[in-house]
Design a protein around this ligand. Sequence first.
Ligand code: NAD
Length: 331
Amino acid sequence: MKIAVFSAKRYDRDFLEAANAMQAHQLHFFEVALAPESAALAEGHEAVCVFVNDIVDAAMLEVLQRGGTKLVCLRCTGFNNVDLAAAAKLGIKVVRVVDYSPFSVAEHAVALLLAINRSVHRAYNRTRDSNFSLDGLMGFDFHGKTAAVVGTGKIGRVFARIMLGFGCHVIGYDKFPSAEFEALGARYAEPGEIGASADIISLHCPLTPETYHIVNADSLSRMKRGALLVNTSRGGLVDAEAAIQALKTGQLGGLALDVYEQEAELFFRDLSSTIVTDDVLQRLMAFPNVIVTGHQAFFTREAISTICETTLNSVSEFEAGKPLSNEIKLP
Ligand code: NAD
């Protein structure tokens, strides 16, 4: 099948071509994101393959359908950027990669947490300048502290297992609690208890209308003073301006973000020679106790290779008229 791959980076091309060695799809790579200006590139492609920041709304789906697209493949787990109802109405199937490597994201969340707690980013810069002073670098032991997981799905459970390994008490909140989370030795708690008792909070729930700005001025004010917050899920979960206020007063002790609500205009590009005009992100990055990575939590060899294989398998299933193992159905 002819597949138009949008937001394609070098690594997408390399891993998709490797995965296609056993299949015979025609891959056409476009570095640009799928947007109204670039949608014409999709014409004549039965499948369109997109990533986290490509907006596949109703208007875009209509354009795709007119161009002959029947399948939209997400090279990611989250699908908040796709209008599923519009796709269903237009008869376009949507598939994602449900399960690639929960380890990649959970391990990155822990890497960020350790870095923010022990100021690894600041120590790295200091020692390169022969400054071996420890002032301002003091962290706290994870052992014996309370770590909270919001969204105890695949990634949240791996995160919980790692934190249990540090000797943390792990509590969690999920709209749909699972026995697997409790079987790890963790327990469920209400949001109020999480806010009041967690020293560390890691977000692993999807972005939905219900979870939009789940971290806001009110929930931040109810958190334990000085707690660390990590978001590797979706930027829209955190009200970044409220986080800035909480960081200013010390209510929030540290913030690590792999995702940012306005990331679509910024992430996955080299902007080092331009002026970044996003004042909120710039203010966040000016805090010594904030670390930002550019949506790289998924970025391991194992994850990319599974993402590319699963995506092409979905296309092959579609071509063969088989049921789609990774179809996103309307709830
Ligand atoms: P998952 O579906 O296995 O788990 C999500 C969990 O969130 C589920 O248990 C679900 O019940 C729960 N949930 C749903 N609504 C909720 C609500 N209102 N409140 C609390 N919990 C709720 O998904 P996963 O594979 O663990 O991925 C989690 C998220 O991580 C994805 O939605 C995606 O946004 C994000 N992600 C980020 C990256 C990255 O590179 N940064 C990579 C992959 C996934």
